[in-house]
Design a protein around this ligand. Structure first.
Ligand code: SF4
Length: 596
């Protein structure tokens, strides 16, 4: 039994009537251990079947896990909602101080429904909930300055998180993100636009409760063990020193770095945008999520001279990681670090998902190159690989929704290519734009079949990289490995552990850690919880219209050599069919499968 009922409480907020109530759901947290496990149950309960993602009844669910606040790197919050970008399951994770603040305020999860008549933000200070007017913040071009305003105007007690959207979310651009603590995001699948559709600018949460543990001595011992692994492991050391951009050079060398809209998988100027080069030339500081000794968040300091003012500079602090460098560097054929960082900065202020924006701009560049779109469509912007001035212009016009083309572009590459052509190089999987790994068939299979179409669902890329330079696994072995990994990741997503610590939180450590929180589970029980959660996610997807038959595979992935050589289409389709069979047999037995 979980010790403290305050952390199994669900806070329900109704924005339409400005009301709230609290519900104790110990059975939910005990059965599903929090995070993704609890969130998918709440989504099933709260999201009416087939609704428009912008319907006020689409819930925003923020769920913490049983280990948040207790152990190092258990630092994330899981958000769940119906995605306006894919029209299906929306799930995104963010760190910062979000999960700790929600728990310290005395809640396990928060569910927000309805729509405020006027722009507002919600302030939750322990047991007190306030609906604040946000009219003056609405329309502000920067999610960062909205955060600053709230920081100055809200009382602070203990841990505090400020979760907010930018201009893009207000304009309902379906790949808008939600920012926490300036440099962390619920990045993918459009949570920002769901906030916008509710006239909700932000949620600020603060609290200073404490967390009980079963056996203080046992807890201290385990805490020290995990802390030691986190600070002494060589992988974590690399994440601290260079951060995830350490992957740029490695993936480039192994021909897995998508470049110029994946016309290439190797960037001839990668050395200029490698993690090492950026750290050497631009690293300003490192930050950490709450309760994380790793501090992998890297912030660059970009200096721009003032015109006619010698020795005077404007310094902009811009966060970066591997996925941003891929999407807004190699994918755009850009090696000018300053130009790339200033583009990232603009996207962050607007509150868009950087990864999707990069893929969208790279599709636009190739479509322009091939004459599928004209300068009339682009309003005299001439997108060219590596030209960051042109990309800044295109971004501005997309945010302004300047004409039909930019409106279509702002709905993602699958949508825009269905109007203007270029499907074969529209790098979208299940409606979500491609992550930064062209490592082989397992990576792409993982994007296609992952419950949220993310590389983080099942890390297919690591299967490819372990098999370089030639894939030695059979299609069905790949399928099995991907699905087994995704089942285990449901446990990490429920606790909610940062995936960078997945090598630390192996099953034996997870079992011991859960015991300190009052939950005694065997490995078999844990495994079946993971399967159950994935099953429920797939059932939700099917309910909302997902079919395997609708999945599109962009031809481009079969044309450009990957880390394990050129991907054979037949081999790939065989692994896809094999994975479909496993999902149908193991996860969907009782669900209605639309494409049968
Ligand atoms: S490793 Fe990085 S992303 Fe993960 S919890 Fe620590 S600071 Fe946050």
């Amino acid at each position: 039994m979980i010790f403290d009922r305050k952390f199994t409480r669900v806070l329900h907020i109704d924005l339409t009537n400005k009301r709230f109530y609290k519900q104790d759901r110990p059975e939910l947290f005990e059965k599903y251990i929090g995070g993704a496990g609890v969130a998918i149950q709440l989504l099933k309960e709260e999201c009416p079947e087939g609704i428009n993602p912008f319907d006020p009844q689409n819930p925003i669910i923020l769920a913490t896990g049983v280990l948040n606040g207790l152990f190092p790197l258990a630092s994330k919050t899981t958000a769940m909602f119906k995605s306006p970008h894919t029209g299906n399951l929306g799930e995104s994770h963010a760190g910062g101080r979000s999960s700790i603040a929600i728990k310290m305020a005395g809640y396990g999860a928060i569910v927000i429904k309805g729509k405020s008549e006027r722009p507002c933000y919600i302030a939750i200070h322990q047991g007190k909930i306030f609906f604040r007017d946000a009219t003056t913040l609405w329309g502000n071009k920067s999610s960062i300055s909205a955060g600053h305003f709230i920081r100055e105007n809200e009382p602070s007690s203990g841990f505090r998180t400020i979760i907010r959207i930018g201009h893009a979310g207000e304009r309902l651009i379906p790949f808008s993100c939600v920012t926490t603590e300036t440099y962390r995001h619920f990045g993918r699948l459009g949570l920002g636009a769901v906030f916008g559709s509710k006239n909700l600018k932000a949620v600020v949460v603060s609290g200073k409760r404490s967390l009980p543990v079963a056996d203080r001595l046992q807890y201290n011992k385990l805490y020290d063990e995990i802390f030691k692994s986190a600070t002494e492991s060589s992988l974590m050391k690399k994440y601290h020193e260079i951060g995830t951009p350490i992957n740029v050079a490695y993936l480039n060398l192994s021909k897995g770095l998508p470049t110029r809209n994946l016309k290439q998988s190797h960037f001839e100027e990668a050395d200029k945008i490698s993690g090492e080069a950026i750290a050497n030339g631009y690293l300003g500081k490192r930050l950490a999520c709450a309760h994380c000794p790793v501090a992998c968040i890297h912030i660059s300091a970009i200096r721009e001279p003032y015109i006619d003012e010698p020795y005077f500079y404007k310094t902009t602090m811009v966060g970066y990681d591997y996925e941003l460098i891929y999407a807004l560097g190699s994918m755009l054929g850009g090696s000018d670090v300053q130009g790339m960082m200033l583009l990232i900065d603009k996207i962050e202020h607007a509150g868009l998902d950087c990864m999707t924006t990069g893929v969208v701009l790279s599709w636009m560049t190739e479509a322009f190159e091939k004459g599928l779109i004209s300068e009339k469509d682009t309003q005299n912007v001439f997108p060219k690989w590596g030209d960051y001035n042109a990309y800044q212009e295109a971004l501005k016009l997309m945010l302004e929704q300047a004409n039909d083309f930019y409106v279509a572009l702002s709905k993602g590459v699958s949508h825009v290519s269905s109007i203007y052509g270029g499907k074969d190089f529209a790098l979208s999987f299940g409606g979500n734009e491609m992550p930064g790994y062209h490592t082989g068939p397992a990576a792409h299979l993982g994007y296609l079949l992952g419950a949220r179409h993310s590389h983080l669902d099942n890390a297919g890329y690591s299967i490819d990289l372990k098999n370089m330079p030639t894939m030695t696994l059979s299609p069905s072995e790949i399928a099995h490995k991907i699905i087994t990994e995704e089942k285990w990741r449901q446990i990490l997503s429920s606790l909610v552990i940062c995936f960078f610590a997945r090598e630390i939180y192996k099953p034996d450590i997870v079992i011991k850690a859960l015991e300190t929180a009052g939950l005694k589970l065997t490995l078999d029980e844990l495994t079946s919880i993971g399967t159950e959660i994935l099953k429920d996610k797939y059932a939700f997807k099917i309910r909302e219209g997902f079919t395997f038959e609708k999945l599109e595979v962009p031809e481009r992935i079969f044309q450009t050599p990957s880390s394990v050589g050129t991907i054979n289409k037949e081999f790939f389709m065989e692994s896809l069919n094999s994975a479909k069979e496993i999902i149908k047999n193991e996860l969907l037995k009782e669900s209605v499968i639309n494409d049968e």
